[in-house]
Design a protein around this ligand. Sequence first.
Ligand SMILES: Nc1ncnc2c1ncn2[C@@H]1O[C@H](COP(=O)(O)OP(=O)(O)O)[C@@H](O)[C@H]1O
Ligand SMILES: [Mg+2]
Length: 257
Amino acid sequence: MAPPRPIDGTLLKQGAEAHVYKSTFLLPTVPCLIKVRPTKPYRHATLDMRLTKHRCVSEARLLNRCRSMGVLCPAVYFVDEKRGEIIMEWIEGPSVRDFLHSHLDGASDPDKEQNSIDVQLDSLMEAIGQTIGKLHDIDIIHGDLTTSNIMLKRRGNSGSMPEAQQTGPALAITEESFSDFDVVLIDFGLGQVSNSDEDKAVDLYVLERAFLSTHPRATRLFNIILDSYKRNCLGSAVVLRRLQEVRLRGRKKSMIG
Ligand SMILES: Nc1ncnc2c1ncn2[C@@H]1O[C@H](COP(=O)(O)OP(=O)(O)O)[C@@H](O)[C@H]1O
Ligand SMILES: [Mg+2]
C-alpha cells in the first residue's frame, strides 16, 4: 500500500470507511471532493490493501457507469487505487436530508406560501423516484440510499464558483424554484451491479427507513417517490412486490429485537 499523502483541503467527514475532503482540482477555481479510504491497522496488510483497492475501484466504476447511462452523479476526475483515493466533482447543493429539514421545519411559518412549496416538494420527490428507477433499470444497486447520499445540484453549475461562495454556509434553497435543481446520487461505496429484485427492494427499503427517520412529514413524500419509481422503472412491479416482503421481514426482526 502506498503511504498516505497529506491532503491539501478541508476535512468534511472522517467516517469509519472514508475520510472526505473538499479541495480543488488542477485550478484553484475548480472545487473537488477527495475521498480517501484509510488503512485499517487491525487488518492484515495484504488483505487491507486488496480490499481498499477493490472498494475504491468499484466505487469509481459505478460512478462512471451511472454517468455514462444518464444517472447524475459526480464525475470522477482521478483515481489512485494504491492510495485508496478518488478525486471527484464537487456537487454544490444541499443533501435531501438538509433540504427536507429546512423546508419541512419551516412548514408552520405562516409567511410561507405552503401550497406552492408543497407542489414543488412533490415534483422533487418525483425526480428522486425517477432517478432511482433509472438506476435500477441499469442494474445498479446503490447500497446506502439515505437522504444524505442524495444531493440537489443547482442546474447550470459547471463546478467552479465564485470565491465568496466557497466558504459560505451550507446551501439552503430559498427563492428559487426547486425545479432548478437536479437530483444527484453520491457515495457508491457500498454499491454493486446486480439485477436482483431483492437487492433493488432492499435499496428502496433502506431509503424508506431513512426518509421516515429524517422527518415525520416525510412519509407522504416517500410515497410520491415510490409512485414515481413505479411509473419510471421498467421492472418496478416485481421490485415493489418484493419490497412488501422486505418490510415484513424488517418488522419481524424489530419485534424479535
Ligand atoms: N461529490 C461531492 N460533492 C459534495 N459533497 C460531497 C460529495 N461527495 C460526498 N460529499 C459530502 O461528504 C459526505 C460524505 O461522503 P460520502 O461519499 O457519503 O462518504 P461516507 O461513506 O462517509 O458517507 C456526504 O454526505 C456529503 O455531504
Ligand atoms: Mg454517505
